[in-house]
Write a protein that binds this ligand. Structure first.
Ligand SMILES: *Cc1c(COP(=O)(O)O)cnc(C)c1O
Length: 350
């Protein structure tokens, strides 16, 4: 979270803009929250340059719930295709299989999910309802830097992307996307809010079993207020959107995120202690997993990092090692401090 946002939220916590109420105390149907919602939606649409023929939905349930909500809304055709590039897309395929036939069009398991399969090699099914791709695999540190053009591959299906962990870190090419979803907690705001960006023509294809509160058409028709939305999370995300606009929007954030990532990867590649195993053309700018070649030093590395206030560097339990997440609110100085620490630690232990 950007410090500025937390300070503003703290200052407004008991009384929002002289209304006599904190945001948590407002009715979601009152005019005050109506203004907060409308500004958040407009700011996000502008920031991500979302075209008019897409709806922005503020939902709940996180990325994992969308793994079920997407097939319940889109899989009338019976089969959906999955490009498995890591743990998150694997989970998406497994969950979707409860609602449709989940066909694996590609799987990078053999490389330990350190590569991306060329879209030209994907084994797409004949008429999938949609093609799912995780555009940033948070655990394996693999990012799709250019979204595939399904039409050019002879596939008319919409592309669904899970952009949970790099949403708002770079511009999105909406001409290649039918639906994008992401939990807010990595890059947009607090947990509890899920963003769905969906093209209008995909709104009316839900399976009859889809719960009303999770039916995109119903959510869209009610401006995300079919039921009570996560109002406080929307408010905080709205403050983050204004912060992102003040930073210069997506072009500026992309340049900044690229510089942060390049600094860290360069330090890793130049070292004989640290190692990143992901192919250079798909290394994530947001999540940088790395390993110490001497695993016995892992605990000492983490302890020394904590002493310098460098926190949350332990890798995901399923892959081990270390992981540095460089979300939008992490300043370049934070990455510089990490790189300096990594050099010092290596010099001490050589
Ligand atoms: C964190 C994450 C999720 C899980 O989101 P929840 O909000 O915990 O359900 C899904 N996909 C990706 C890519 C993630 O990084």
């Amino acid at each position: 979270m950007p410090d500025e946002v937390l300070h503003q939220a703290a200052a407004e916590m008991l009384d929002w803009h002289g209304s006599g109420m904190g945001v948590m105390e407002m009715s979601h149907r009152g005019k005050e929250f109506g203004q907060i919602y409308a500004e958040a939606e407009a700011d996000l649409r502008e920031l991500l340059a979302v075209p008019a023929h897409f709806k922005l939905l503020f939902m709940q349930g996180g990325g994992l719930a969308e793994n079920a909500i997407v097939p319940m809304n889109l899989s009338r055709a019976g089969t959906a295709d999955f490009v498995v590039t890591g743990s998150w897309s694997q989970k998406s395929a497994q969950e979707a299989a409860k609602y449709c036939t989940a066909h694996e069009a590609a799987n990078t398991h053999d490389s330990g999910h350190t590569t991306l399969a060329d879209p030209a090699t994907w084994q797409l099914s004949a008429k999938p309802a949609y093609v799912h791709l995780c555009s940033n695999e948070t655990i394996h540190g693999v990012e799709v830097h250019e979204l595939p053009d399904l039409k050019a591959l002879g596939c008319e299906a919409p592309l669904v992307i899970d952009f949970s962990s790099h949403v708002a870190s770079r511009p999105v090419d909406w001409s290649r996307v039918g639906l994008a979803f992401g939990g807010a907690q990595k890059n947009l705001g607090p947990a509890g809010l899920t963003l769905v960006v969906v093209r209008d023509d995909l709104l009316d294809q839900a399976l009859p079993l889809c719960p009303s509160a999770f039916t995109y058409k119903t959510v869209a028709a009610n401006q995300s207020m079919y039921n009570t939305p996560p109002t406080y999370a929307i408010y905080i995300a709205g403050l983050v959107f204004k912060w992102l606009k003040a930073q210069g929007g997506m072009t500026a954030m992309e340049a900044r995120n690229k510089a942060k990532a390049e600094l860290l990867y360069a330090a890793i590649d130049a070292s004989s202690l640290y190692q990143n195993r992901v192919a250079k053309n798909c290394r994530s700018r947001m999540n940088v997993p790395f390993y110490l070649r001497q695993e016995s030093l892992n605990e000492a590395f983490l302890e020394g990092a904590r002493a310098r206030q460098l926190l949350q560097l332990k890798g995901h339990k399923s892959v081990g090692g270390m992981r540095a997440s460089l979300y939008n609110a992490m300043p370049l100085e934070g990455v510089q401090a990490l790189v300096t620490y990594m050099r010092d630690f290596e010099a001490q232990h050589l």
